[in-house]
Ligand binder design. Structure first.
Ligand SMILES: *[C@@H]1O[C@H](CO)[C@@H](O)[C@H](O)[C@H]1NC(C)=O
Length: 220
């Protein structure tokens, strides 16, 4: 039997790997500071660039992550993100930072980022993190301050503050300037307009009453 040459195998797997985890497009210049004054008459991939001669150091700095987010909501979490508004110099650089505040027993419910992988670092408290593969295998770890954990691109993941008495804090780096986020429960039970009852009843094997209760709990 003829075997595939190693070089061919190598290039085939390289193509698979590269095709599967494409980052944001590379910048074509040193920087492309987001010009927030240009009205959105047309849509481009990213934000239009400010004239480079108008660049200032202050466009590369932000204090957006310095303040604790308000975790007074049913899930008990708040995510604060850098973006092209609060950090215009990050436009086209392919990254976002996130500050994640968790109330006691607070959870960032299972969600995914369609355009980014995420590396999270626990700064305060004890955080149970986990992600689910496309084969529904669950990987979990308990993080203490200084520990970091990777959520692979687009996979469903969560963070949970296991301490019922104190808050927890984490920061994350994400590999896109616009990672996107879909919270699984809201993307099914709190859509606009509502997903048809028959779809949800069948998909989750629940009654109309149970569906109404879940919808109400999630503000759908
Ligand atoms: C997150 O915190 C900010 C700042 O305190 C607040 O304006 C926002 O409403 C909070 N978001 C949620 C979902 O609670």
């Amino acid at each position: 039997m003829k075997t595939t040459p190693f070089s061919l195998q190598f290039f085939l797997s390289l193509a698979l790997v590269l095709g599967g985890v494409k980052p944001d497009p590379d910048p074509l210049q040193d920087y492309c500071i987001s010009d927030t004054k240009i009205p959105n008459f047309f849509f481009i991939n990213g934000e239009p660039c400010l004239n480079p001669t108008l660049a200032k150091s202050s466009q590369f700095v932000t204090s957006a992550l310095s303040n604790k987010g308000n975790t007074n909501n049913p899930f008990g979490f708040n995510v604060t993100l850098t973006n092209t508004d609060n950090l215009p110099g990050a436009n086209t650089q392919g990254l976002t930072m996130a500050r994640i505040d968790l109330a006691p027993f607070g959870v960032v419910p299972p969600h995914s980022h369609p355009r980014a992988s995420e590396l999270t670092t626990c700064l305060q408290g004890t955080i149970l993190v986990g992600f689910v593969t496309t084969s529904n295998r669950l990987f979990t770890q308990q993080l203490r301050p200084g520990d970091s954990f990777v959520f692979p691109k687009a996979l469903v993941h969560f963070l949970f503050n296991v301490d019922p008495t104190g808050p927890a804090l984490a920061v994350s780096g994400l590999s896109s300037q616009n990672p996107g986020a879909q919270i699984a429960s809201l993307a099914t039970f709190a859509t606009n307009p509502a997903m048809p009852d028959e779809v949800l009843k069948k998909a989750f094997q629940i009654t109309g009453q149970e569906l109404a209760k879940i919808r109400k709990n999630l503000g759908g």
